[in-house]
Design a binder for this molecule. Structure first.
Ligand code: PMP
Length: 374
């Protein structure tokens, strides 16, 4: 299926602001090391699969009925999980959707739209601007530091000034940031919030569980900030990308407003059942996080030894620079069975931290390409 080249007649019927757009999507290829979408490489453990099957067994005979629209028991499980981080989050502060992408869509549907503007800080997760566009929300490309010593970081003063200039209704700060791996300090979030008194500030923490010690979550800032939202997902650390379950924490009133834009019964009963079972096994599901972080740190060390320039990462991937031609290296790696991501930053590629064997396959393939690729 392709929407690349609809007949010109259909293209003419498309909304004007979508006519130049390309569909989002990383290649889904069968390779020995798929390190391009920041999934968790470890399969769901057998004991969790067994519990998921038991939950599904209960849910399936009742599929003649619509699911619990308010996903009550799932909300309770998500609130208990977030509360483990040290900040009490009540069930009515939690919202969920089919992946955090859908949660982001709900935020843009509710608080963006025609005549409204959102800002994010480039390079960052491209779906923020894509979802903004699909909801008719104008987008401002904010900037990150270009100083080689602090490359891709954000500081409070610069963020506040850029937000004040753009006067947006929504601010997106991704921490740890995809594709750079950069986490921001809480001072940056506080400054963004103060600089945008009329905006909802969204902190996308899809990769929070991989952060190095001392990187605080914006969950700790929620109390007393009714316009602050923290989004999370089960797709990364929880190894449940195929389950499609993302969520957010925010003020109960903001959460309540999202009910205006969601489709009725948007979370299917099987989705709720699978996510509930996964959360019941939180420790098991998160047991691979330490191993993934080890591979992330190994990638940084070994890429440096090979003469490349990896960016320090708090996520489960590493962006590395120093490539003569990123597209050429991407193809060379693929020819050797290793799929990484060309995120469109000249001379950089992004590689996901997977199993030790996958890291070895990637590093061997890169070394085999030789120094002409640097
Ligand atoms: N936020 C960020 C920063 C991401 O990188 C991703 C996935 N790549 C998502 C959100 C969306 O993930 P999901 O819809 O699977 O929760």
């Amino acid at each position: 299926m392709s929407t690349e080249s609809p007949s010109s007649g259909l293209r003419a019927l498309l909304r004007e602001d979508l006519r130049a757009e390309k569909p989002y999507g990383a290649p889904q290829l069968t390779v020995s090391a798929a390190l391009n979408t920041n999934e968790n490489s470890y399969p769901v453990p057998d004991e969790v699969v067994a519990d998921m099957l038991a939950e599904l067994g209960e849910a399936l005979p009742t599929l003649n009925r619509y699911p619990d629209r308010e996903f009550t028991s799932l909300r309770e499980a998500l609130s208990a999980y977030l509360t483990r981080s040290g900040t009490a989050i009540a069930p009515d502060q939690v919202w969920a959707g089919n992946g955090s992408n859908e949660v982001l869509l709900h935020l843009l549907q509710a608080f963006g739209g025609p005549g409204r503007r959102a800002i994010g800080f480039t390079p960052s997760y491209s779906m923020h601007s894509i979802i903004a566009t699909t909801t008719g929300t104008a987008w401002t490309y904010g900037r990150r530091s270009a100083d080689p010593e602090r490359l891709f970081t954000l500081d409070a003063d610069s963020v506040a000034a850029q937000i004040a200039d753009a006067a947006p209704q929504l601010v997106f700060i991704c921490s740890p940031n995809n594709p750079t791996g950069t986490a921001v300090g809480l001072d940056v979030i506080e400054a963004a919030y103060a600089a945008a008194p009329g905006a909802v500030v969204v902190v996308d923490e899809a990769y929070a569980e991989f952060a190095r010690p001392g990187t605080p979550s914006a969950l700790s800032l929620l109390a007393g900030r009714e316009r602050l939202v923290v989004t999370r997902t089960l797709s990364k650390a929880f190894a449940l990308a195929g389950g499609r379950l993302g969520y957010l924490a925010a003020d109960p009133e903001l959460v309540d407003l999202l009910r205006l834009v969601r489709m009725p019964y948007h979370l299917s009963a099987p989705s709720q059942a699978v996510a509930r079972a996964a959360l019941r096994h939180t420790d098991t599901m998160l047991s691979t996080v330490g191993a993934v972080k080890d591979q992330r740190d190994r990638l940084v060390t070994e890429l440096t030894s090979l003469g490349y320039a990896p960016v320090p990462s708090d996520a489960n991937f590493v962006l590395f620079g120093g490539l003569a031609d990123a597209g050429h290296t991407w193809q060379g790696l693929l020819d050797r069975g290793v799929l990484v991501r060309d995120v469109g930053i000249p001379h950089y590629l992004r590689v996901t931290a997977g199993t030790p064997a996958e890291t070895t396959a990637f590093l061997d393939a890169l070394a085999a390409l030789g120094p002409t690729h640097r």
